[in-house]
Design a protein. Structure first.
Lengths: 591, 266
């Protein structure tokens, strides 16, 4: 550390020179952002491969899948997976995607890289915390992946790990001994990492804004990361003790989640006094806000990128900020809508239903603001802007089905069917990932100094956009027909006629998944061979576009940026251009 | 590119909606006294949110189509009235939708979950275990025997943990693998789990209720049509979850009495 002025003491440091400090244990938020992105990329391809395996099995259960017996000779003898191995893969798919992809990519990866730059800071408030945060996440990832290699395989209790299935150990079935231990330890580490990250995001946003960067002048992406950090801080602070209690139940003989009188594997379990619903309450107290942890950053990213390509200001940015905060606040009052069939008091269902429906108001406003921002635009169609428009479409599709599931009387029919799978994949997974894709095509030039290939990007968009509808829209129909989720095969009389729909979905999933390799190729190829990017290739206003591509170690090359404008100055007359940078002292005049 | 996007969104939307409208895949016909209200609620929600879905996607498509106009003389336009009317409209429209759904919907919920079971309900005890359902009738004495988890022994068919040696009431309890009920008679089930969480899902009854270890959960319904229908487990319970099922057999009162007698005789 070198001596610096008091105001910047917290974050100013010189560029490291050793390989380890530069690329591995780096304190630089940009490197850490890329590390998170790389980890999310690895996790998303593993998660996608798992979904392929599941989909093939659901469509054609008897088909041997090449090499699957190499991954687990017990789980997939001759390449045909057992029912329990299907559940193992499903658990790992959900866990990897929710935690290591949807939490890491839009929030931790892009947030780390761009939040400090967008507010004119030289780094995060606590660079060491930041490094710890990533490496703790990495340790969590190793624990999770280790579950593939223990003798009884990964846990079969789903990403929600409902007790007592998850709590009583190996007597409840395969994967529930060491595999479930590794799962619980991994998630506990993940919680610690997320808490460190959330604290850092909050402190950085509040303390390190450069001169002129009032809260109202922060780009919506930064606002979304900030609100998400606050949600994360409160959500992971509940999941962490829940995981610790689960680990104690599993290893120390406690009974937090296990009542008396359970008989498993013909053995009366030596537990008493625990509550099964306690786990559900704690888990969903985290679990519902987690949905917004996954999707709010993407809403912020899209709200920042869309105006750049629409060449006009976002409609109602202040309303959008208010809606994000309202959503964050309400997200803590709705967890019980996951528990309408759980046996909790039926009176509480109404209490949880109303705020769940009310949360659709800020979400509807956010969606309308995005749609109406397109009105009268002179749209530049790029891979980034197409993914923004795609985001709006899938977010509408996913949000609408929430009306059904928020109502207890309808939810009791649709609960635990593919209707729910369709709902959360659209609104949480696909919407969030569309934000990540838009962010990648938009910020890649800044992060690497090179442009991505637009033609490949657009091809990727079209295949993905049509693909996700082909995969997830039919799942609504399956859910209406009563098709239960988390089944490794459909043996019930009323489910057998639905198998052709599953075959269609499987084909769509394989093709859509294959299209993601176009993205991967583009990412790698452009990193080395893409055309050199200028400082501001998209003619955008926010601070990351006022520095080189990629930015120097201290982000602005020793300059202390001064901000004169909000991030929303598009469609104005300004010396022959139609935008004003946040750092530009020019007077803004509406065109 | 923008026009292509607009066309794609419109086509996707219309194709998606058409399958809902045509009921190509739909709920099985309901057979309970409370099912019609739930179906009605679902149809109303389908209409309301279907219109919102159509409006949202089609307007998005329209705006993108217009925004792709490359005429260089065209000036950008802001949305008429700005953000405030939109915010107000969203609050009012969605607010009305929410109030309607809550008031109408809570009636359907109340009929199933808040109304007490009829006093003359037929009591049936249900035990769920990995990976089967068992149903218990009180027998001629009208009394259920007590439950003793330590006595549970699947090998000898003692799925509930009865103690007939010491418990007179347990001796005539009838335990079977199918839920057999008389038509048009109120039924009151008590759900218990032997091991982990399970769920009792009968699509035709529009009922889904978890078995929660450590809790006894009441469920009541009245079936209005005879026939054989599937009961499936919807709470992930382990490796055999997909194959955990039983049948609901709804019989005429006389057939039911006959069936019960034949079981009691065994």
């Amino acid at each position: 550390m070198h001596e610096t002025s008091a105001a910047h003491a917290a974050h100013q440091h010189t560029a490291p020179t050793s390989f380890i400090r530069k690329y591995v244990f780096s304190l630089d938020h940009k490197v850490i952002g890329k590390q998170y992105y790389g980890l999310a990329l690895l996790a998303v391809f593993i998660g996608m491969a798992l979904s392929w395996l599941m989909r093939i099995h659901l469509g054609w259960p008897a088909w041997p899948i090449p090499l699957l017996d190499k991954l687990s000779a017990v789980g997939a003898p001759q390449g045909v997976m057992t029912p329990e191995y299907y559940l193992s893969l499903m658990t790992m798919h959900g866990t990897l995607m929710v935690f290591f992809v949807l939490t890491n990519a839009p929030f931790a990866a892009f947030g780390n890289y761009f939040l400090p730059i967008q507010i004119g800071a030289e780094d995060m408030a606590f660079p060491r915390f930041n490094m710890m945060s990533f490496w703790t996440t990495f340790v969590a990832f190793l624990f999770m992946m280790a579950a593939f290699f223990v003798s009884d395989g990964p846990p079969i209790s789903g990403w929600t790990a409902y007790a007592p299935l998850s709590a009583v150990g190996g007597d409840a079935g395969p994967g529930l001994a060491m595999g479930q231990n590794l799962w619980a330890i991994s998630i506990a580490f993940f919680c610690i990492a997320s808490l460190l990250g959330a604290l850092n995001f909050i402190a950085t946003t509040l303390d390190l804004r450069t001169k002129g960067m009032s809260l109202a002048r922060m780009p919506l992406s930064t606002w979304a990361w900030f609100v998400t950090a606050v949600i994360s801080l409160l959500a992971f602070a509940v999941l962490l003790p829940a995981c610790i209690l689960l680990i104690l139940d599993r290893t120390a003989g406690t009974s937090f989640f296990i009542p008396a009188g359970l008989v498993l594997s013909d053995k009366l379990q030596p537990h008493s006094g625990g509550s099964v619903l306690l786990w559900q309450h704690l888990f969903w107290f985290f679990g519902h806000p987690e949905v917004y942890i996954a999707v709010l950053p993407s809403i912020g990213i899209v709200s920042t990128i869309l105006p750049v390509f629409a060449r006009k200001p976002l409609l109602g940015p202040r309303a959008a900020i208010g809606c994000m905060m309202a959503t964050g606040f309400l997200s803590y009052m709705v967890w019980g809508h996951h528990m309408f069939v759980s046996g909790m008091s039926p009176f509480s269902a109404t209490l949880f239903s109303v705020p769940t429906l009310v949360i659709t108001i800020p979400m509807t406003i956010l969606t309308l603001l995005l749609i109406c921002s397109v009105y009268g635009a002179k749209m530049r169609f790029t891979a980034a802007s197409l993914f923004c428009l795609g985001f709006i479409s899938v977010f509408i599709s996913g949000g609408i089905s929430g009306f059904f599931l928020a109502q207890p009387s309808i939810d009791i029919y649709l609960h635990a069917t593919y209707f729910v799978v369709a709902h959360f994949h659209f609104v949480m997974a696909v919407a969030s990932l569309f934000g990540v894709f838009a962010g990648t095509y938009f910020w890649f030039p800044k992060m690497t100094g090179r442009m991505m290939n637009e033609a490949l990007g657009k091809l990727h968009f079209w295949l993905t956009f049509i693909g996700v509808y082909a995969i997830f829209m039919p799942m609504h129909y399956l859910g209406l027909a009563g098709n239960v989720r988390r089944y490794s095969a459909f043996v019930d009389d009323y489910l057998i006629p639905l198998i052709p729909v599953h075959k269609f979905i499987t084909v769509a999933a394989l093709l859509t998944g294959a299209a993601q390799f176009i993205f991967l190729f583009n990412l790698i190829w452009s990193r080395f061979k893409g055309p050199i990017a200028s400082e501001n290739p998209w003619e955008a206003t926010s601070l990351e576009w006022s520095t080189t591509s990629p930015p120097p170690f201290d982000n602005f090359g020793g300059r202390h940026m001064v901000v004169y404008n909000g991030p929303n100055e598009y469609g104005v007359e300004n010396n022959g251009t139609d935008f004003v940078m946040q750092t530009s002292p020019e007077k803004v005049s509406a065109s | 590119m923008g026009k292509l996007f607009a066309v794609a969104v419109v086509v996707i939307t219309l194709v998606s909606v058409s399958f809902f409208v045509m009921h190509t895949w739909w709920m099985p016909a309901e057979i309970s006294t409370t099912g019609a209200a739930i179906d009605h609620q679902l149809e109303d929600t389908m209409t309301g949110s279907g219109l919102l879905f159509l409006a949202g996607q089609l307007v998005l498509g329209l705006f993108v189509w217009q925004a792709s106009n490359k005429n260089p003389a065209r000036k950008i336009k802001t949305f008429p009235g700005g953000a405030n009317p939109l915010v107000a409209a969203a609050i009012i429209l969605v607010g009305i939708e929410i109030l309607t759904l809550t008031f109408v919907g809570s009636k359907a919920w109340a009929a199933v979950n808040l109304a007490p079971a009829a006093a003359d309900s037929l009591h049936i005890d249900v035990q769920a275990e990995q990976f089967a359902f068992y149903f218990r009738y009180a027998g001629p004495d009208g009394q259920f025997g007590g439950l003793h988890p330590d006595k549970i022994d699947d090998g000898s068919g003692n799925y509930f943990g009865l103690d007939p040696a010491n418990d007179v009431a347990a001796r005539d309890d009838v335990v079977v693998g199918s839920l057999v009920v008389p038509v048009n008679r109120p039924i009151l089930l008590t759900l218990h789990s032997k091991d982990v969480g399970h769920s009792f899902y009968v699509p035709v009854l529009r009922i889904q209720q978890d078995f929660v270890p450590g809790l006894e959960i009441p469920v009541h319904f009245t079936a209005t049509q005879t026939g054989k229908f599937e009961i499936v487990c919807t709470q992930l319970c382990g490796l055999g979850h997909y194959n955990m099922k039983a049948y609901l057999q709804v019989m005429s009162e006389t057939d039911y009495e006959q069936w019960l007698k034949s079981q009691e005789g065994q």
